[in-house]
Design a protein around this ligand. Structure first.
Ligand code: UT7
Length: 337
């Protein structure tokens, strides 16, 4: 990290979740599962599913972004760049970043791009935005994570190991240069290990075969997410503490200095393991997976937004964001709020 550069800070946060609540009991009418199994293995009680014709990946992001901009005292016209993290874009191409620009009515030809890093997507996107603000290239960057999983899940007993976990939603932050010495994003840490790429994957439609449209029509099962849950779990419980420690070490802090840890909401059991490993009390770690399930790239900004809304993060607090997921990819960000 080059300390001569300015820091960026989160000037506004916001989130949006679809209205439709789908409880574990609702899922038992669609597949062979139970509320007990889901709660015991994941902590999830309910999640949100989008409404076709109303919610889209881009317009959910716009709803979250408007709230974040309002909190920052800004309007969409102030945005100088959009970084959009999603694994469930509206279209195969173009990315959802340009659709968000349109949704927000931004007429200036500002840069807008997508980040495809699944559960770590938001922290990766935040890191990218941070570089642009730190160097002085842009002053106001909108960073969003938005996902619609429910339209792409195998909602049958065959897909129950994955489909009970994921939910829909969106979260956003606005990055601005910090005016307070020593505050803002202190550092970000990004990692990946592509040898595990197929452990959590949606394989199709892939581009590397002839006649991919025909292939997909004949092999529709490959369009559903596949997860080697136990292996993902094993790696997650190692990588989360590692990447959090990396952030603390770089800045001369210890885990006892953390005021709020916002982990990607992968599984309540993973979060509890990380909490215990880092020696954090209940008030220093945030969980909302019980209500939203795993919303991949949207989970960190939704959790951050709720934590701020609930008054659990105060000025001057040391806040750590951390994520792990498909790729494998993992990341953290340490913030002096
Ligand atoms: O966000 C990205 C990162 N993702 C994660 O971190 C997820 C990490 N993994 C996990 O959270 C867990 O592996 C899961 C919650 C996904 C699964 O829990 P598990 O303890 O690893 O269960 P399992 O896949 O080993 O399945 C155990 C049993 C199986 O039955 P048998 O073979 O033992 O008879 C499954 O068929 O549970 C069965 N099962 C279910 N039963 C009821 C799987 N899904 C369900 C279900 N309801 N929904």
């Amino acid at each position: 990290m080059n300390n001569t550069l300015r820091h960026s800070e989160i000037a506004g946060v916001g989130h949006y979740v679809p209205e439709r609540v789908v409880t574990n009991a609702d899922l038992t009418t669609l597949m062979d599962t139970t509320d007990e199994w889901i709660q015991e293995r994941t902590g999830i009680r309910e999640r949100r599913w989008f409404e076709e014709g109303k919610d889209t990946t881009a317009n959910m992001a716009a709803n979250a972004a408007r709230k974040a901009l309002e909190m920052a005292g800004l309007t969409p016209d102030d945005v100088q760049m959009i970084v959009f993290a999603t694994l469930s874009p509206d279209y195969f191409f173009p990315g959802s970043g340009v659709l968000l620009q349109r949704e927000l009515g931004i007429k200036d030809p500002i840069p807008a791009f997508d980040v495809r890093n699944q559960c770590s997507g938001f922290v990766y996107a935040l890191s990218m935005a941070d570089q642009f603000v730190k160097t002085g290239m842009y002053d106001t960057v909108l960073v969003v994570g938005s996902e619609i999983h429910s339209s792409g899940l195998d909602i049958s007993t065959r897909g129950r190991g994955v489909s009970v976990i994921f939910g829909d939603g969106a979260g956003a932050v606005v990055l601005r240069p910090s005016t307070r010495e020593g505050h803002g994003i202190l550092s970000t840490h990004l990692h990946s290990q592509g040898e595990h790429a197929e452990e959590l994957i949606v394989k199709e439609p892939g581009s590397n075969r002839n006649n991919r449209v025909e292939y997909v029509m004949a092999n529709e099962l490959d369009m559903y997410p596949y997860m080697n849950g136990q292996n993902v779990f094993k790696h997650a419980v190692v990588r989360f503490p590692q990447v959090i420690r990396e952030a603390l070490d770089q800045n001369g802090y210890e885990s006892k200095d953390i005021d709020m840890l916002i982990p990607h909401q992968a599984n309540l059991r993973i979060t509890q393991y990380v909490q215990q490993k880092m020696g954090l009390t209940d008030d220093k770690i945030f969980s909302n997976i019980q209500r939203y399930g795993n919303t991949t790239a949207a989970s960190v900004p939704i959790a951050l937004s709720e934590a701020v809304q609930e008054g659990r993060i105060k000025r001057g607090d040391l806040v750590c964001l951390a994520a792990f997921g498909s790729g494998f990819t993992w990341a953290s960000a340490l913030i002096k709020w």
